[in-house]
Write a protein that binds this ligand. Structure first.
Ligand code: SF4
Length: 346
């Protein structure tokens, strides 16, 4: 068995086999002093995910180091499952996916193995190029926005897309993220929760602090004085009982949701509209905010879309700044919570 491979890519089946060969069961991983290093590293994986979008590297000097690294992965997944927060799950999946992508840049020889395991099913064409079934390409490339991923720019032949290993690595990142998000949360039995609790609490505290920091409001609640002119106008129209076009309702609900305004707060605004229909508005709001689908919901439209929809009302001097390409960016700057975060990726 290639134990370095199992440690570096601990989501592979060989990592579980590595643990089995060493007779590690979940109970001993959670409680035995002999696996304290794996638990510490598992917590670090989660903290890295919250803090910096990528799981950090550790040196693997011995078989012991490799075993601890491989075991840290299931431990991290249990912490994430204990907390069971969608933002954390996505962030953790991103951090593991990004780490794998960075590792593959230096170790392209593992690309095909990982591709088979993640069911992307790439086959070698040359040393540098591979081909993958067309549906698999579409499935994972559709979330990548850069123009190079558009099908029209791909090399398609006989139902396969041919591409460089480096590009396949990027698709594998998406595939791994999707897999982790679909697998978590794990069902944690009651008897395992107690030994996980302390590390779950540590991660939860950093998570809460990070969410506040990333929130457009800095976790302080919405400040009406910081609203951009477009949202201020739409909000005033809603409060004055005017009928809003769908694009304006959508922009308002997604924007307020991004600022942390809850369902009751949003429905209270719409209740002043003359065509207010509680069941219809309730469905629309829950759909837009993701409450019905159990997702994060939709993100607010950026300025270019607002302009196209004719709802970029009375842009002011701040709107004219180059950095303002999104109403949330406007809010962040005005409220002093701007950290150069591209809103379209929120
Ligand atoms: S430029 Fe952007 S933030 Fe300013 S009013 Fe228009 S849509 Fe709103």
């Amino acid at each position: 068995m290639d134990t370095t491979l199992a440690a570096r890519f601990p989501f592979l089946r060989s990592a579980s086999e590595f643990a089995d060969q060493n007779n590690v069961d979940i109970e001993s991983l959670l409680t035995s002093e002999g696996y304290a290093v794996a638990r510490k590293r598992g917590l670090q994986r989660v903290l890295d995910a919250i803090d910096s979008h990528i799981v950090s590297e550790v040196p693997l000097r011995s078989e012991y180091d490799k075993l601890m690294e491989a075991l840290s992965y299931p431990y991290a997944r249990m912490i994430v499952s204990m907390i069971d927060d969608r933002f954390l799950t996505k962030r953790y999946a991103l951090a593991e996916g990004t780490k794998m992508y960075e590792l593959l840049k230096g170790s392209p020889q593992f690309v095909l193995t990982i591709s088979q395991e993640l069911d992307v099913r790439a086959t070698a064409e040359t040393d540098d190029r591979v081909s993958i079934p067309f549906p698999n390409y579409l499935r994972y490339a559709c979330v990548l926005k850069a123009v190079e991923w558009k099908l029209i720019n791909s090399d398609v032949k006989n139902g396969y897309v041919r591409l460089e290993k480096e590009k396949l690595s990027r698709l594998l990142q998406t595939a791994l993220q999707e897999r982790i998000e679909s697998e978590l949360p794990l069902n944690i039995p009651e008897e395992f929760k107690r030994p996980l609790q302390k590390d779950a609490d540590t991660a939860s505290m950093l998570l809460a602090e990070t969410k506040n920091r990333l929130s457009p409001t800095g976790g302080k609640g919405m400040d009406p004085a910081c609203l951009p002119p477009c949202i201020r106008t739409i909000l005033a129209n809603a409060q004055n009982g005017m009928n809003l076009p769908h694009s304006a309702r959508f922009a308002l609900v997604t924007f307020l949701h991004a600022l942390g305004v809850d369902y009751d707060g949003i429905i209270a605004l719409f209740s002043q509209s003359p065509d207010f229909d509680e069941s219809k508005s309730s469905y629309q709001i829950k759909h837009i905010t993701g409450e019905l689908s159990g997702t994060d919901g939709y993100t607010p439209p950026e300025c270019s879309t607002m302009k196209t929809n004719g709802i970029c009302f009375q842009p002011d001097e701040l709107c004219a700044r180059e950095t303002v390409n999104h109403p949330l960016t406007y809010y962040r700057i005005k409220s002093g919570n701007y950290t150069r975060r591209p809103e379209t990726k929120e």
